[in-house]
Design a protein around this ligand. Structure first.
Ligand code: NAP
Length: 263
């Protein structure tokens, strides 16, 4: 167990500012930002909450943009999870530990070229893309931004109003900003809506429905892909992309996709 001194060296205690429950399981919250805390959109923080046995640490993606003076996080309550059990009783004004360093390699600067950025998410894996879209970088770097969000039930489309606003009007006044296309899919209830796809991202890619809804082909020359969420979705997508001749970005080698497992 870490001593209080070690904890203070590694993390700072920040204040919870605001909580928003999207459903009984999905929570967003903001905190004060540790002094000098720096990150790139797409990275994650390690948060700590105290319980009877010490501190429980978990990785949470930044939802806020690097330029914002607070930090924002989005998560799902994991049944019986040590961290989320504590999170459930969190209130504005409470303290939360945030490690001084940020982590993660699923950032858009990993791509050296490409015209269209595909951002594929299941569930809370949409988090890092919110931060990217609140930051001007991707709007200036790509021609098309395609955000695909697949959830089980429709009440899990968190942040949709904000995203729909960005799809109507890019949030940054750039000479020719990218256009954002939102593609949403449901797996465990009938969509009953022509604007919502039915099925997993993987099946939608195989059937051609994903590219049709995006209005863009997924092609090794033009497409760069990020995948975030359920680790099995990422494994299955990797196999599908490999079959199409797409390769992961490696440290020194350019490629077509980067990934972040969410648990
Ligand atoms: P989820 O189970 O991953 O479901 C999100 C979407 O991903 C669903 O539409 C699901 O489709 C789809 N999906 C699942 N496996 C797939 C695959 N192999 N290929 C393509 N699509 C796939 O995530 P969730 O609903 O956001 O969360 C469910 C539970 O996961 C939580 O209650 C929690 O226990 C756990 N979780 C844990 C953490 C963590 O520990 N930090 C984080 C997030 C979630 P189907 O409906 O067809 O399965």
């Amino acid at each position: 167990m870490l001593t209080d001194q070690k904890i203070a060296e590694k993390a700072s205690t920040e204040k919870v500012l605001h909580l928003h429950w999207w459903s009984d399981k999905l929570l967003s919250f903001t905190t004060t930002r540790p002094p000098g805390y720096s990150f790139v959109a797409g990275q994650y923080a390690r948060l700590g909450v105290r319980d009877a046995s010490g501190v429980v640490w978990r990785a949470y993606s930044m939802i806020s943009a690097p330029a914002q003076d607070f930090l924002e996080f989005y998560g799902v309550l994991v049944p019986g999870g040590l961290f989320t059990t504590q999170l459930k009783s969190l209130h504005a004004g409470d303290g939360i530990l945030i490690e001084k360093q940020s982590y993660g390699f699923m950032t858009p600067d990993r791509f050296s070229d490409g015209e269209d950025l595909w951002m594929l998410a299941t569930g809370t894996g949409i988090g890092p893309y919110i931060s990217m879209l609140r930051d001007p970088y991707v709007w200036g770097k790509f021609r098309n931004l395609i955000l695909v969000h697949c959830v089980r039930h429709r009440n899990e489309f968190a942040y949709h109003d904000e995203l729909a606003g960005y799809a109507r009007t890019p949030p940054f006044a750039l000479p020719s900003p990218a256009r954002l296309k939102l593609v949403r899919a449901l797996t465990r209830e009938a969509t009953g809506d022509p604007n919502l796809l039915q099925g997993r991202i993987t099946s939608l890619l195989e059937s051609g429905a994903l590219e049709q809804a995006a209005g863009q082909p997924l092609h090794e020359r033009t497409s760069r892909i990020m995948m975030c969420g359920n680790p099995e979705m990422i494994e299955d997508m990797r196999a599908l992309l490999h079959r199409r001749g797409l390769r992961p970005v490696r440290r020194a080698l350019p490629g077509h996709f980067v990934t972040e497992n969410y648990w």
